[in-house]
Design a protein around this ligand. Structure first.
Ligand code: GUN
Ligand code: FE
Length: 448
């Protein structure tokens, strides 16, 4: 719908880390740019008049009583280029998986036809699963990375895309790396220009991201120059940090300081930075991120394979670090953020209780680590929006109208009214299938 319009229906969104808000028969008034300009409830004085006004002018979209709106999910870390190998070789350690499977796959994207096919498909799959915003790693090559941004933009997804920087000949095969540090940085600069050229041609916008793969992929010269570029450009930054024992230990060995501190020294730690994984952060790293406003992209499914550890999400959040959720395709195998929400809760409960039955109950776990579904829902929506410094993730005035509409008329055990509205949200979060996601809207535009 062009111009102003309104959507009438039931909705949930996160009010805070712990609490959710339910709005029954809300009137969500959307302005020309796709932002929510007002939300009216039946008890509001203006409500009936406004509903009639939008209806009489043919500008009212009415949801059915069994349809529930949720904010679209923000997938804060996803390798679009690894989609063809989702579900492959996750039993191998990270550093082996990268060399044997991932780099050969990522090198294929120089074939622009191949890149186009895969990128169309992953954008379609994530959108259909309710992901309205995604922060993507593409590959080392600039042209297919620009193509990913364009494809996401055209499909109506809000995308943040990085050309991956990986220049160290000792760490990367010749067929999948930047020729040298100079080229790594100049190609990144060109990539940023290319994406900025069409950023605003999409209502929801697409954004370039500075993307050093992780410290082990890059030479010091490259990290120095790229860090300077990041400081100049003040755009989004993404990288992997302290993901596994190996990755965490690597930075210590190379610099004598932690991964996060090394990234900071090079200029990569900012309030627009997203660090993927980071379960092995130490006390001073957590302080650094909280102080700099740097966020973590938590990929619980991937962590079960490559990290062999669980992010202490609740502790890091309580110390002031913002956390979003992510699929990490293909370190995680599933493109649906529902699976990230579910696994985040499950993993945290296992961390809380411990898992080795031979230990006594009191020595088995790490107390106060379990997160609730409300916490996970917050991270998948509001946490992602905060991480990216974008007005998304809530259904309130001043936020983009990014919504997934869940049809609860099948697949949900709704035999009698829920005790409280929140119970219905929890059923949706745990039982929703892709087929229940009837519509998806991004910035006021219907894309599914
Ligand atoms: N660390 C460096 N590259 C990667 C990657 O592609 N996936 C994951 N999970 N970790 C990484
Ligand atoms: Fe990753």
């Amino acid at each position: 719908m062009n111009g102003k319009f309104a959507v009438l229906g039931n909705a949930f969104y996160s009010e805070s880390f712990d609490s959710v808000k339910y709005i029954e028969k809300g009137l969500f008034c959307i302005d020309e740019s796709g932002m929510i300009e007002k939300v009216l409830c039946p008890k509001d004085r203006e409500y009936r008049r406004q509903v009639r006004r939008y209806k009489d002018t043919g500008r009212l979209v009415e949801m059915k009583p069994e349809e529930i709106m949720l904010p679209g999910f923000v997938d804060l870390h996803i390798h679009a280029s690894q989609w063809p190998q989702a579900g492959t070789a996750l039993d191998r350690p990270l550093e082996i998986w990268l060399g044997e499977y991932t780099f050969p796959l990522e090198a294929k994207y120089r074939d622009m036809a191949f890149a186009g096919r895969v990128y169309e498909d992953i954008v379609k799959n994530t959108l259909e699963n309710g992901t309205t915003t995604a922060m993507y790693f593409a590959t080392v090559d600039r042209r297919p990375s620009v193509l990913l941004a364009k494809i996401a933009g055209q499909a109506g997804q809000r995308a943040l895309v990085g050309k991956v920087v990986m220049d160290d000949p000792a760490a990367n095969p010749d067929f999948c790396r930047d020729a040298d540090s100079r080229q790594a940085v100049s190609e990144t600069e060109k990539f940023i220009e290319d994406v900025l050229e069409f950023r605003d041609s999409f209502k929801q916008k697409v954004y370039p991201v500075i993307t050093p793969r992780f410290i082990p992929s890059c030479t010091d010269r490259c990290l120095e120059k790229l860090g300077r570029l990041a400081q100049q450009k003040k755009i989004h930054i993404q990288t992997h940090c302290s993901e596994s024992d190996w990755a965490h230990g690597y930075a210590k060995e190379r610099y004598g300081i932690n991964d996060a501190a090394a990234l900071d020294r090079f200029g990569f730690i900012s309030d627009k930075t997203v660090l993927a994984h980071a379960p092995f952060l130490e006390e001073e790293d957590v302080k650094l991120l909280a102080q700099k406003g740097t966020s973590i992209a938590h990929s619980p499914l991937s962590n079960a394979y490559f990290a062999s550890a669980v992010l202490p999400l609740k502790e890091f959040h309580s110390k002031g670090v913002n956390i979003g959720l992510a699929t990490d395709i293909s370190g995680g195998y599933c493109p649906s953020m529902y699976s990230a929400v579910r696994q985040a809760v499950i993993s945290s409960r296992m961390l809380n209780e411990g898992v080795d039955p031979s230990l006594s109950r009191e020595n088995r776990g790490r107390p106060d680590s379990a997160i609730t579904l409300n916490n996970a829902f917050y991270c998948a929506t509001v946490g992602g929006g905060k991480a990216l410094d974008l007005p998304i993730g809530k259904l309130e005035k001043g936020y983009g109208f990014d919504v997934q509409v869940i049809d609860t008329s099948f697949g949900f055990p709704l035999y009698y009214p829920e005790k409280k509205p929140e119970d219905l949200l929890h059923k949706i979060l745990l039982l929703c299938e892709r087929s229940n996601i009837k519509q998806v809207w991004v910035q006021g535009q219907q894309v599914k």
